[in-house]
Design a protein around this ligand. Structure first.
Ligand SMILES: *[C@@H]1O[C@H](CO)[C@@H](O)[C@H](O)[C@H]1NC(C)=O
Ligand SMILES: *[C@@H]1O[C@H](CO)[C@@H](O)[C@H](O)[C@H]1NC(C)=O
Ligand SMILES: *[C@@H]1O[C@H](CO)[C@@H](O)[C@H](O)[C@H]1NC(C)=O
Ligand SMILES: *[C@@H]1O[C@H](CO)[C@@H](O)[C@H](O)[C@H]1NC(C)=O
Ligand SMILES: *[C@@H]1O[C@H](CO)[C@@H](O)[C@H](O)[C@H]1NC(C)=O
Ligand SMILES: *[C@@H]1O[C@H](CO)[C@@H](O)[C@H](O)[C@H]1NC(C)=O
Ligand SMILES: *[C@@H]1O[C@H](CO)[C@@H](O)[C@H](O)[C@H]1NC(C)=O
Ligand SMILES: *[C@@H]1O[C@H](CO)[C@@H](O)[C@H](O)[C@H]1NC(C)=O
Ligand SMILES: *[C@@H]1O[C@H](CO)[C@@H](O)[C@H](O)[C@H]1NC(C)=O
Ligand SMILES: *[C@@H]1O[C@H](CO)[C@@H](O)[C@H](O)[C@H]1NC(C)=O
Length: 699
C-alpha cells in the first residue's frame, strides 16, 4: 500500500461474548468530527415557552395527568399524550401547534415502538409486525423535576405464535425545562422461553403533513419533501419495487419527474445520530436524537433507514438478525433516545433549526449515560468502565490509532477493529473484562494485516466501500435532485446503467492503463438482455515479466457487498471448469436495490499456482454467475495480486564493523545486521530466540 492514502479512520467494535443476560454493543468512531454552532436565536433557550402565562418566570415543574384512556406529560414547554395502557404516543403539542403528529392516522399509528419477528406460528416470509401494545401502566417517578412512566407487557405460553416471546417495558421520561422527552425500552426473555428471531425494531413518529415538509439528516442531505398523497397511484407510477415511485402528478408541481424512495435516505449509525423534520411557519423542528449507539449492533458503519430504525437487517441480511435458541435468555435496553422539539420566532430562517438540533446532539452526547433514567438495567456513568489503547499497523510509523471507549457497561467483551487502508479485521486475542469504575489500558495492539509478499498491482482503496469506483449518472428520467452533485450512488436505477455503458461486452480493466475511478463500475451487476437479467464476467488484464515457477500468487478479493451472488475466479481461461475458486452463493444485504455503497464486508484470499500464469499478457476472469434479478451482484472494496517468492531466494547480509575487525561469526551482533530480501522486502525486526539463534520478521 505504498503511496496509498492513509487516512486514519479506525473503527473499533466491542462485542459481548459471555454475559448472555446483557447483549450490548458499544462502538466509537474516531472519525466523528466536532460540531460547532453559533446560532442561538432559539426560543426555548431564552427560557420563553408556550403553555404558561408567565413568559419570564422559571419553567414550571413536570405535570402528569390522566385523561380518559391516556396520560399527559406536560412541562409547560411541550405536552405529550400517551395511550394507556398501550403506551403509544398519540399527540405532541408544542409551539402553538396542537399536534405535531399525524392526526389523520389512527391513534396507534402516530408514535410507536414495533418489532418484526419470526418464530412459531409466523408464516409471513418477512416476519410478523408487532406494535408492542402494552397491558400495564406504572408511574416510576413523579416529581416536579422529572416524570418517568412505564408501560409493560408480559408474555406467557398462551401467547405463543401471536406475540414474540419477550417481556416489554417501554419508558418515557420528561424533565423540567426540557424541550422534548426521552424514550427507551427494555426487552427481556428469561431462560426456558421458546426461541425466535428478532429482525427489526424501531421507534417511529409520523409527523403531521400539514406542518412538516422539510427533512434534514446531514448538512448536505436535507430537502423539501413531496407529500404522502403524491405516492398514491393516480399521482405516481410505481417503479421496480413498491418503495420506489416516480412522481408524475404531485400536488406541488416542483416534484414532478422525481423519484421518491425511502432507501435514498438511509445512513450509517455514526452519521444519523440526529435527524428530523422542519416546519417553516411557525418555524418548528422535531428531531430524533440518538446520543450514543451502544445498543446498536455491527458497529458505526452499519446502515439504517434513517427515520426510525434501531436494529435492522437493512444492508446486512440474515447475518444480523438476533436469533434466540429455545431456552436462551436475553435482555437489552434500547435507548434512551431524545425526541427534541425546537422553534424560532415567526419569520426566522427555519433552516437554523437543523444547526440547533446538531448542537443539542452534542449536549445529549455529553450527558450520556443519563443519570436520570431509573431502570436498573441502564447503568449510570459510575457503574460503567472504560478501555483505551492504540491499534497500530506494521508499515506505518505514526503513533496515531489511539482509541478510547468510555462508559462501557460491565461485562466481558471481544474487541474488533479495522483500519482504513488495510484489508481484514483485527481481533484482540483474549476477552476484555470491563468492571464498574475501572479503566483498562490495553497499550499498543498491533494489527498484523494479511499479506504474503510484494504487491504486483491493486485496484481501489481498502476501506470497505465502493465509493472510489465509477458511479454513473442516473437515468435523467429517474432522478432525486438531492443527489445530482454528491452521493450519486443514492440515485435510483443505477443497476440498469451498466447495460447502457457496456451494451455488448462486459467490463475489461487493464492494469497500468485503466483508472479505477473511471473504468471500474462500482457494482458488478447483472446485464439486461432483452429483459432477462444475466450474470457477467469482468476481466483484469496485466503483464508479467517472468513467472516464478516455484512461487505462489495470491489474489485478495475484498467485497463491500454481495446479494445472492456467486463470484468465480478463472485464470487465462474464461471457460475453466471448475473455476479455480468460487465463493459459493453469498450475501443477502440487498445493497444494490437500496442504493448503498457498501453492505457487509467479505474478504477472500485465492492462492494461484505460478503455472496458471504465463510470461507476458495474463487475464483474471471474475464471473458473477447468477442472473434473473437486476439487484443481484457484488460491490468490490479492493482487489490486489501478491506474489510470494519460493523459499530458495537469496539473502544479502551487510555487516557494519570497524575496518580492522576480523569477521568472526561469534563476534557479530545479529541485531546490528541490515538484511534485505531478494524480492525487495526489508526485514526490520529481529529478536533473540530462547536458547540460541535469532529470528527476523518481514516488515
Ligand atoms: C394496539 O392498540 C390499539 C389501541 O391503542 C389498537 O387500535 C390496535 O388494534 C392494537 N394492536 C394490536 C396488534 O393489538
Ligand atoms: C397469559 O397472558 C394472557 C394475556 O395477557 C392473560 O390473559 C393470561 O391470564 C396469562 N396467563 C397466565 C397463566 O398468566
Ligand atoms: C387519487 O386517489 C385517491 C385514492 O387513492 C383518491 O382519494 C383521490 O381522490 C384521487 N385523486 C384524484 C385527483 O383522482
Ligand atoms: C406565527 O405563525 C403562526 C402560523 O402562521 C400563527 O398561528 C401564530 O399566531 C404566529 N405567532 C406569532 C407570535 O405571531
Ligand atoms: C493468543 O493467546 C494465547 C494465550 O495467551 C496464546 O497461546 C496464543 O498464541 C495467542 N494467539 C495469537 C494469535 O497471538
Ligand atoms: C491465503 O491462502 C493460502 C492458501 O490458500 C494460505 O497459505 C495463506 O496463509 C492464506 N493467507 C492468509 C493471510 O490467510
Ligand atoms: C431491458 O432491455 C430491453 C431491451 O433489451 C429494454 O427494452 C428494456 O427497457 C430494458 N429494461 C430496463 C429496465 O432498462
Ligand atoms: C506497470 O508499470 C510499472 C512501471 O512502468 C511496471 O514496473 C510494472 O511492471 C507494470 N505492471 C504491470 C502489471 O504491467
Ligand atoms: C518488468 O520489467 C520492467 C523493465 O524490464 C521493469 O522495470 C519492471 O520492474 C519489471 N516488473 C516486474 C514486476 O518484474
Ligand atoms: C498484450 O496486451 C496488450 C494490450 O494490453 C496488447 O497490445 C499486446 O498485443 C498483447 N500481447 C500479446 C502477445 O498478446
Amino acid at each position: 500500500m505504498q503511496g496509498a492514502q492513509i487516512r486514519l479512520v479506525i473503527v473499533i467494535m466491542v462485542n459481548l461474548i459471555q454475559n448472555l443476560l446483557a447483549n450490548y454493543d458499544t462502538s466509537s468512531s474516531l472519525a466523528s468530527s466536532s460540531i460547532q454552532l453559533t446560532s442561538r436565536n432559539l426560543r426555548h433557550e431564552q427560557n420563553v415557552y408556550k403553555g404558561s402565562g408567565d413568559m419570564q418566570g422559571p419553567s414550571p415543574g413536570v405535570n402528569l395527568q390522566y385523561q380518559d384512556n391516556k396520560i399527559v406529560l406536560d412541562n409547560g414547554i411541550i405536552q405529550v399524550t400517551i395511550s394507556n395502557p398501550e403506551g403509544s404516543v398519540t399527540k405532541i403539542q408544542y409551539n402553538g401547534i396542537t399536534n405535531l403528529l399525524e392526526e389523520l392516522n389512527d391513534e396507534s399509528d402516530r408514535g410507536y415502538w414495533d418489532v418484526v419477528w419470526k418464530g412459531t406460528g409466523v408464516t409471513r416470509k418477512k416476519g410478523n409486525l408487532d406494535r408492542l401494545n402494552c397491558t400495564d401502566f406504572k408511574i416510576i417517578v413523579d416529581t416536579n423535576e422529572q416524570v418517568e412512566v412505564s408501560f409493560t407487557r408480559t408474555w406467557n405460553s398462551s401467547l405463543s405464535g401471536k406475540l414474540p416471546p419477550l417481556n416489554i417495558d417501554k419508558r418515557f421520561i420528561m424533565l423540567r425545562g426540557s424541550s422534548g422527552f426521552y424514550a427507551y425500552a427494555v426487552y427481556e426473555r428469561p431462560k426456558d422461553w421458546p426461541g425466535f428471531t428478532l429482525a427489526n425494531t424501531r421507534l417511529a413518529f409520523k409527523l403531521n403533513k400539514v406542518w412538516f415538509n422539510y427533512m434534514a439528516m446531514a448538512d448536505d442531505r436535507q430537502r423539501k419533501m413531496p407529500l404522502p398523497d403524491d405516492r398514491s397511484s393516480n399521482r405516481s407510477q410505481t417503479l421496480a419495487y413498491p418503495e420506489a415511485v416516480l412522481l408524475t402528478n404531485p400536488i406541488e408541481p416542483e416534484f414532478k419527474g422525481e423519484v421518491d424512495d425511502k432507501y435514498q435516505y438511509a445512513g450509517e449509525a455514526k452519521d444519523i445520530q440526529v435527524h428530523g423534520w422542519i416546519c417553516s411557519n411557525p418555524p418548528t423542528g422535531l428531531w430524533q436524537i440518538v446520543p450514543n449507539n451502544e445498543f446498536r449492533s455491527a458497529g458505526p458503519t452499519k446502515q439504517y433507514l434513517t427515520s426510525h430504525v434501531l436494529l435492522s437487517t437493512h444492508y446486512s441480511g440474515e447475518e444480523l438478525m438476533a436469533k434466540f435458541e429455545d431456552g436462551e435468555p436475553w435482555k437489552k435496553v434500547l435507548g434512551p433516545l431524545f425526541v427534541y422539539a425546537n422553534s424560532m420566532e415567526n419569520g426566522s430562517d427555519s433552516h437554523q433549526l437543523w444547526e440547533d438540533a446538531k448542537r443539542q446532539l452534542n449536549v445529549e452526547a455529553k450527558n450520556w449515560p443519563y443519570s436520570f433514567a431509573v431502570s436498573d438495567d441502564f447503568p449510570s456513568s459510575d457503574q460503567r468502565g472504560s478501555v483505551d489503547g492504540s491499534l497500530l499497523v506494521y508499515d506505518r510509523t505514526d503513533d496515531k490509532g489511539h482509541f478510547t471507549i468510555e462508559n462501557v457497561r460491565p461485562g466481558n467483551y471481544n474487541l474488533y477493529g479495522w483500519v482504513h487502508g488495510f484489508i481484514g479485521d483485527y481481533r484482540y486475542n483474549g476477552s476484555v473484562s470491563i468492571k464498574a469504575g475501572e479503566s483498562i489500558d490495553l497499550g499498543d495492539l498491533v494489527y498484523d494485516h494479511p499479506r504474503n509478499g510484494p504487491i504486483l498491482w491493486e485496484i481501489g482503496i481498502p476501506d470497505r466501500s465502493a465509493a472510489e469506483f465509477f458511479v454513473p449518472d442516473p437515468n435523467p428520467k429517474l432522478v432525486n435532485k438531492l443527489y445530482l452533485t454528491h452521493d450519486k450512488y443514492r440515485q435510483y436505477g443505477l443497476w440498469d446503467r451498466y447495460t447502457d455503458l457496456y451494451p455488448d461486452e462486459d467490463l475489461v480493466y487493464t492494469i497500468n492503463e485503466s483508472n479505477y475511478q473511471k473504468d471500474w463500475f462500482f457494482a458488478q451487476v447483472t446485464r439486461n438482455k432483452s429483459n432477462t437479467y444475466l450474470g457477467t464476467t469482468w476481466q483484469i488484464k496485466f503483464q508479467l515479466n517472468k513467472t516464478d515457477s516455484s512461487g505462489t500468487y495470491y489474489l485478495r478479493l475484498a467485497l463491500a457487498s454481495a446479494t445472492s451472488s456467486e463470484l468465480q475466479v478463472r485464470i487465462n481461461d474464461r471457460h475453466e471448469k471448475p473455476p479455480l475458486f468460487t465463493t459459493g452463493l453469498i450475501g443477502y444485504d440487498n445493497t444494490i436495490a437500496r442504493h448503498g455503497i457498501h453492505g457487509l464486508y467479505w474478504l477472500y484470499n485465492v492462492s494461484i499456482p505460478a503455472n496458471k500464469f504465463s510470461k507476458g499478457n495474463n487475464t483474471i476472469f471474475l464471473t458473477q454467475a447468477w442472473g434473473l434479478s437486476p439487484w443481484r451482484g457484488i460491490l468490490y472494496d479492493y482487489i490486489r495480486l501478491e506474489v510470494r517468492a519460493a523459499i530458495t531466494s537469496t539473502f544479502e547480509f551487510r555487516v557494519m564493523m570497524p575496518a580492522d575487525a576480523e569477521l568472526e561469526e561469534t563476534l557479530i551482533d545479529p541485531s546490528k545486521l541490515s538484511l534485505r530480501h531478494s524480492s525487495g522486502g526489508a526485514f526490520q525486526e529481529s529478536k533473540k530466540l530462547k536458547g540460541s539463534g535469532w529470528e527476523w520478521k518481514v516488515a
